[in-house]
Design a protein around this ligand. Structure first.
Ligand code: F6P
Length: 342
């Protein structure tokens, strides 16, 4: 049996831990061989491979990024994509494929399995934690820890100068990172994409924080939007690869706050720092368990499934179930955090 492995979409701490667990268990317990596909679905599409064996995964558990490389290539949008993927898998003698990725990468795996019979198993990953069917994705905990540490640091400098400090975190569609790091870091305002914010209310919270002789910290997810829509948050220009660039809510917010409250404001955009570097212990643990269960799926011939964390158990669910809709922040959960605003 030869198993192909790929990592697609934005990278995320813990990808290497999954790859290591898949290969270690696959080789040691099942006697499988492996082929690593380079750069997400571009690997099977273009026949780009790397050797994947026990020596290749030695020492990678604590390493961020992915030894396989990643991309956002979608073979379903490429000319003759499905045929090319099938031919390259056959040429490599690959009997089953483990796709580690987010909504887009797993969506491709679901289609290839359901409509074209390609034997795929999915492993969910995203720092955004917005995939359905799993309580957590690995990478999220690391991102929250990085953001929390940043917020802790922002508190001391904000108070030294009695300024507003706005911290923009990742999350285009879901505010999980903002909510968790904002709560953990004691932010005074948390703004998420799921709930349009009222600028006047935000400024009111900021003013009351100053009245209590403290400097406010605002945590804002990159996809958060004001309720009156007076601002165009999306800079619709595309980058050189055709991806829409999102930018600016943090900077925009700081300017509006200065204008409306008369207080000095600064913005810190955490950006890709949240995705880089070594995974937290929780993410290593989760990624390793996902890897062990993914290779078990292959061994059982249980294709079209994604491994998921439900409670403390790793379960298998149809990949299509996980990619059907995003897991966004529950309004009740967000309302709970509101007690700390202002
Ligand atoms: O989905 C993960 C993520 O990090 C998002 O939080 C962020 O909006 C996006 O990827 C950034 O993508 P890129 O690295 O392609 O700019």
């Amino acid at each position: 049996m030869r198993v192909g492995v790929l990592t697609g979409g934005g990278d995320c701490p813990g990808l290497n831990a999954v790859i290591r667990a898949v290969v270690r268990k696959g080789v040691q317990e099942y006697g499988y061989d492996f082929t690593g596909f380079r750069d997400g679905w571009r690997g099977p599409l273009e026949g780009r491979t790397v050797p994947l064996d026990i020596p290749a995964v030695r020492g990678i558990l604590p390493r961020g990024g992915t030894i396989l490389g990643s991309s956002r290539t979608n073979p379903l949008q490429a000319e003759d994509g499905v045929r090319r993927v099938r031919e390259n898998l056959a040429e490599q003698g690959v009997d089953a494929l483990i796709a580690i990725g987010g909504e887009d990468t797993l969506g491709v795996a679901a289609t290839l399995y359901e409509e074209h019979g390609v034997p795929c198993v999915g492993v969910p990953k995203t720092i955004d934690n917005d995939l359905s069917g799993t309580d957590y994705t690995f990478g999220f905990d690391t991102a929250v820890n990085i953001a929390t540490e940043a917020i802790d640091r922002l508190h001391t400098t904000a108070e030294s100068h009695m300024r507003v400090l706005v911290c923009e975190v990742m999350g285009r569609h879901a505010g999980w990172i903002a909510l968790h790091s904002g709560l953990a870091g004691g932010a005074n305002v948390i703004l998420i994409p799921e709930h349009r914010f009222d600028l006047e209310e935000v400024c009111g919270w900021i003013t009351s924080r100053f009245e209590a002789a403290y400097a406010p910290i605002v945590v804002v997810a990159e996809g958060a939007m004001p309720s009156d829509g007076e601002m165009v948050l999306k800079d619709e220009s595309h980058d050189s690869f055709g991806h829409v660039r999102l930018s600016g809510v943090g900077e925009w917010l700081a300017k509006q706050i200065e204008k409306r409250t008369g207080k000095e404001a600064r913005t810190t955009v955490l950006g890709h720092v949240q995705r880089g570097g070594t995974p937290s212990a929780f993410d290593r643990w989760l990624a390793t368990r996902f890897g062990l269960h993914a290779i078990d799926c292959v061994h059982d011939g249980d294709y079209g499934k994604m491994v998921a964390l439900q409670g403390t158990r790793i379960v298998r669910i149809p990949i299509s179930e996980a990619t059907a809709e995003l897991k966004t922040v529950d309004p009740e959960l967000y309302a709970e955090a509101g007690v700390f605003f202002g």
